[in-house]
Design a protein around this ligand. Sequence first.
Ligand code: 13P
Length: 248
Amino acid sequence: MPHPLLVGNWKMHGSRSMVADLLAALKLGSAGLKGIDVAVCPPFPYLSDAASLLAGSSVYLGAQDVAVHESGAFTGEVSAPMLRDVGCRYVIVGHSERRSLFGEDCALVARKFRAATAQGLIPILCVGEQLAERAADDTETVLATQIDAVLELCGDSALARAVIAYEPVWAIGTGRVATPEQAQAVHRFIRGRVSRAGDTPTLLYGGSVKPQNAAGLFAQPDVDGGLIGGASLAADQFLSICKAAISQ
Ligand code: 13P
């Protein structure tokens, strides 16, 4: 089983003082956490601050999006070399908010995945179905389409050691978490789709993970950690979710 990974996706939240306070608390609280990897993904303007604040800790830095181009006249974009330059290890690609609110399709997400890996960043590929798609029993078809776009552009082994976050859209920010059984069933499907013998993709669950429900999710054999939104903005909650991953 891959090393458990817990990632905080701060989305468009924060300020310089909030970042300083939250990271000071995480740095302190994560010092004793052994056997898991922890990362935070602040908004772009705070990445450099965060890199300095996290120096000397084991908490990794990630970004929430990346451009497909390396540099050039692309106003408003942030490239993978820039993310490397400020100390990122991870970058989220294809979050459902980018897909649904900013029109990112599977082809664009695959190009972002490729741009990230080309610079040695570890992409966290987000996949997930809408509520209506689950109701229509289309979950696996939707996920296969999202995953296959990356495999087609980047090659069959592109996801062999990647991080994939299953985030059912109906669970994001709603308080309506997938049951451990629902998460496990989808994670097993994803693992089957992307792995051959010996491959170890890290499969995260995301969507309303809280201290109260984390242990049940992380106890599932194919759930290797979490991508945490709202609860990652409070150090005590995020740390308690991290601890739930250790005890599994
Ligand atoms: P919540 O944990 O706030 O539901 O957000 C999940 C998410 O979108 C993480 O990327």
